[in-house]
Design a protein around this ligand. Structure first.
Ligand code: ADP
Ligand code: GLC
Length: 488
């Protein structure tokens, strides 16, 4: 198809600023759309950690010190760019120390909403100031969800956007960006309150995500199963009615994997490289991982891995129920990397104290260790309560690390239960969000572990899976083409 101008707006992008999968996805999607010949601008805030990082940031002439009024707050922003590593696509950063020069990506500060109002408005204004008309504004999660309505209100006068279409991707409906209705003017909607969700406005609330769901031309969810789940009360988190009403505009597109970054054949962050044909390197990765934490283990002792944000979404209640039993009964090891809620950090700290020779827990955020666990573990645990897509199970498959997952969202779409009769399947799944069900899946996995030949087949099946972005990017392209009324 003819090249499009695509403005991709996200609160995270790897390797610049990442707390979870959103960063991997927005950056990989930008790069792969670029490879397909599209002119892509990936827009995100210039957080302190990016400003202080090693990046060569080029200020964009004509896009410096632009004043902007956000309710009562007057501030200024500038735009800098840098190349996304290994690509011709550029990331565009909104520099505004007043709002972004802070410790974390996200804050609990009273002006948090303004930080993302600015992201939305600056993304639009940088297009205006550089007279670059996007064919598609592709916005991600609540942080960028106001753009569709801004294009009809605050920036509705600008004919440059007359043919621009908007796509909103839902990565996680658990975060909606809900603010009090007194923020109406901060958001810039004081002249358009009738365009917001009326019942919620009366209740005193404005939701960034809901506003996006009302006005984006197309909606996507990051897996087919999640697109369906979102329309139910169990998963829709209050937005299920709206999503049902818009179901004709909602599609599920499973995330791709950036195999340039996540593949043991060439991963520079792991101690040894390996291929499906020669897994010696995987054993070296396992030994190095256990040695790092001084955990003794013979060669046939299975190692479980977890890399995760520690939040309720990820199902750690089930780990707390099942894993002490498994660790007590079986000769197994567990290496965990995660940071997040205190209660889960405490749980893993205690688990490590109870089983000092079997469990290692690393807190904090560690990109390199996340790769080493993917490579060094034999089994990977993701008993998520809900999982829009999940990337780690797909990374695990490529690294020959067998995933044990709950059958929900993208986990259901990307892991297939091992079938001993046919020799097909890539992992172990369980349905009910119950400790027993999880324990049972772990027991099935450990049962198969003893059968070396069957296990080797299971590992090979996983490593042969292809979730590459080269394929998935075509689905987004087809969606853009449909929206723009052009043949793909
Ligand atoms: P989510 O986006 O819900 O956190 P995903 O499975 O889509 O879940 O993506 C998680 C991403 O974040 C993966 O790339 C994973 O390796 C990474 N990650 C999560 N926690 C950490 C951590 N503590 N250190 C390093 N990487 C992490
Ligand atoms: C969200 C989801 C995760 C998904 C990621 C990228 O953070 O929790 O399941 O893989 O976004 O789309």
């Amino acid at each position: 198809m003819p090249p499009l101008n695509v403005c991709l707006v996200s609160s995270e992008a790897a390797p610049f600023a990442k707390t979870g999968g959103l960063a991997d996805v927005s950056s990989a999607l930008a790069r792969h759309l670029g490879k397909r010949g599209h002119d892509v601008r990936l827009v995100l805030p210039l957080y302190r950690r990016i400003a202080q990082g090693k990046w060569k940031l080029d200020p964009v002439p004509g896009l410096q010190d632009i004043p902007i009024q956000l309710g009562a707050r007057r501030t200024w922003f500038s735009v800098s760019t840098t190349e996304l590593p290994d690509s011709k696509t550029r990331a565009w950063f909104i520099r505004c120390p007043d709002l972004y020069d802070r410790e974390g990506l996200y804050t609990q500060d009273a002006d948090e909403h303004l930080r993302f109002v600015l992201l939305n408005r600056a993304a639009i204004e940088l297009c205006q100031w550089s007279r670059w008309a996007p064919d598609v504004f592709h916005v991600n999660d609540w942080h960028a969800s106001l753009i569709p309505l801004y294009l009809r209100t605050v920036y509705g006068w600008d004919r440059m956007f007359a043919n621009t279409r908007t796509v909103l991707t839902i990565h996680n409906i658990g975060y909606q960006g809900i603010v009090g209705a007194e923020k109406l003017a901060d958001l810039g909607f004081e002249h358009a309150p009738h365009l917001l969700h009326q019942d919620h406005l009366r209740e005193g609330k404005i939701s960034f995500l809901e506003t996006g769901l009302l006005y984006a031309d197309a909606l996507t969810a990051v897996s087919e199963t999640y697109a369906k789940e979102l329309q139910t009360a169990e998963f829709g988190m209050g937005l299920e009615g709206l999503l049902r009403a818009r179901r004709d505009s909602l599609v599920g597109i499973v995330n791709g994997v950036d195999y340039d970054v996540w593949d043991p054949r060439h991963d520079a962050l792991i101690p040894a490289r390996y291929t499906p044909k020669d897994l010696k390197g995987k054993r070296a990765c396992r030994d190095a991982l256990l040695a790092k934490y001084k955990i003794p283990a013979g060669p046939r002792v299975p190692v479980f891995g977890i890399v995760s944000r520690l939040t309720a979404q990820k199902g750690f209640e089930l780990v707390a129920e099942a894993m002490p039993v498994v660790l007590q009964r079986e000769d197994v090891r567990l290496v965990v990397l995660g940071s997040g809620e205190d209660r889960y950090e405490r749980f893993f700290t205690q688990l490590q104290q109870s089983f000092p020779n079997k469990v290692a827990f690393a807190t904090g955020y560690d990109e390199s260790l996340s790769h080493s666990i993917e490579a060094g573990a034999d089994l990977f645990l993701m008993p998520s309560r809900y999982e829009p897509c999940g990337l780690n199970q797909m990374y695990s498959l490529r690294y020959g690390t067998v995933p044990i997952v709950r059958r929900t969202g993208g986990l259901a779409d990307t892991v297939e239960e091992w079938n001993g009769r046919t020799g097909e399947g890539t992992g172990f799944l369980f349905e009910e969000f119950k400790g027993d069900a999880f324990l049972n899946a772990v027991a099935r996995a450990l049962g198969l572990w003893r059968d070396e030949k069957a296990w080797a087949k299971l590992v090979q099946n996983g490593m042969a899976q292809d979730f590459s972005w080269e394929k998935q990017v075509l689905r987004y392209e087809a969606l853009y083409a449909r929206l723009l009324g052009r043949g793909a």
